[in-house]
Design a protein around this ligand. Structure first.
Ligand SMILES: Cc1cc2nc3c(=O)[nH]c(=O)nc-3n(C[C@H](O)[C@H](O)[C@H](O)COP(=O)(O)OP(=O)(O)OC[C@H]3O[C@@H](n4cnc5c(N)ncnc54)[C@H](O)[C@@H]3O)c2cc1C
Length: 298
């Protein structure tokens, strides 16, 4: 049987969590979905120093634990299901998950971003299990050599986290660094991180210990390549919206204007992807929904 609710939130990262907490204050019937552990991308952050309330900074993992604790203390449940499709039918949204079909009047899209895949070189079979796009699942690695491709905040932040117990090689295909200056300084001072510029990986081979990375043009030149246990690819992220039907996307402007769809957090914030912004977006969306419901606008 199809379940019904006033609001469905897709994604329990900082944006979705804060929307759920604020909607709970208004007693609005809400279902919050996440396909994986609540907390979102933030769990990957080595050190968050720009989230108010933590004058000494806090690790991404500790901050997400606090978010989750707040959900638990309010009795807000996160349904651990992936939303596969969002369609519109008879004036309502149908939300199809891996397990259920939900009908709701309002949808909050808080699904964040998905990583850009490595497309400049072919990935041989057997290598997939050694290539990662986020680092949470690598936290327990020790004494390994890990390659990271990228030049932005995420690549450098991942290097700082992983270098605590491993040796990390950052591979930047240009000589331009896009990360925050303090992060760059931290990386250049670390004895466990090697930073290499103007190096673009053109070929990957699998070996007993992991992967061999060959710089472009070097694959067949006798060059020994760079041996790593695994590779982290941090070359940018795009909004995660593939589950939204094309008919909804075509009408997204008016659905937003009429308060039927909210897109909050990283999924809609371009380059301004920060936790505090996502949290603010979540609170604002929930307040607007409550006001519109009170005024019978929806
Ligand atoms: C290495 C790193 C360091 C960072 N450092 C900082 C920092 O110091 N300060 C700061 O403010 N920010 C930092 N950030 C950014 C911060 O993590 C993000 O801005 C924030 O997590 C965005 O929150 P969000 O809720 O919008 O999206 P996300 O955190 O991406 O959450 C989206 C959620 O939606 C879920 N989801 C997606 N699709 C579906 C689906 N179809 N069905 C169900 N669930 C779905 C995902 O599983 C995820 O849990 C950092 C990010 C990284 C990667």
């Amino acid at each position: 049987m199809t379940k019904e609710t006033d609001v469905v939130i897709i994604g329990a990262g900082p944006a979705g969590i804060s929307a759920a907490i604020q909607l709970d204050r208004y007693d609005i019937d809400t279902i919050l979905f996440d396909k994986s552990e609540p907390g979102g991308l933030l769990v990957n952050a080595s050190f968050v120093e720009n989230y108010p309330g933590f004058p000494k900074g806090i690790s991404g993992r500790d901050l997400t634990d606090l978010f989750k604790e707040q959900l638990r203390s309010k009795g807000i449940n996160v349904c651990r299901e992936e939303v596969i499709a969002v369609k519109k039918n008879d004036g309502f949204f149908n939300i199809l998950t891996s397990n259920d079909l939900i009908r709701s009047y309002i949808v909050i899209i808080a699904s964040g971003t998905t990583p850009r895949k490595l497309i400049r070189c072919t990935i041989p079979s057997g290598a997939e299990g050694r290539i990662f796009y986020e680092i949470n699942q690598l936290r327990n690695l020790k004494d390994k050599t890990i390659g990271i491709i990228g030049s932005g905040d995420a690549a450098f932040d991942y290097a700082v986290s992983l270098s605590e117990h491993n040796h990390v090689i950052i591979l930047n295909r240009s000589d331009r660094v896009k990360c925050l200056p303090p992060l760059f300084e931290q990386v250049t001072k670390s004895v466990n991180i090697s930073y290499r510029e103007n190096i673009s990986i053109g070929k990957i081979d699998v070996c007993d210990e992991g992967l061999i990375l060959y710089p472009e043009g070097d694959g067949n030149s006798g060059n020994e390549g760079i041996r790593v246990f695994c590779l982290v690819v941090a070359i940018g992220r795009d909004p995660s919206t593939s589950f939204i039907s094309k008919y909804i996307m075509a009408d997204i402007g008016s659905l937003k204007d009429t308060g039927r769809i909210y897109m909050i957090g990283d999924v809609s914030n371009g380059i301004c992807r920060q936790t505090a912004i996502s949290v603010g977006d979540g609170v604002r969306a929930a307040m607007e929904i409550a006001m519109r419901m009170r005024d019978n606008q929806i």
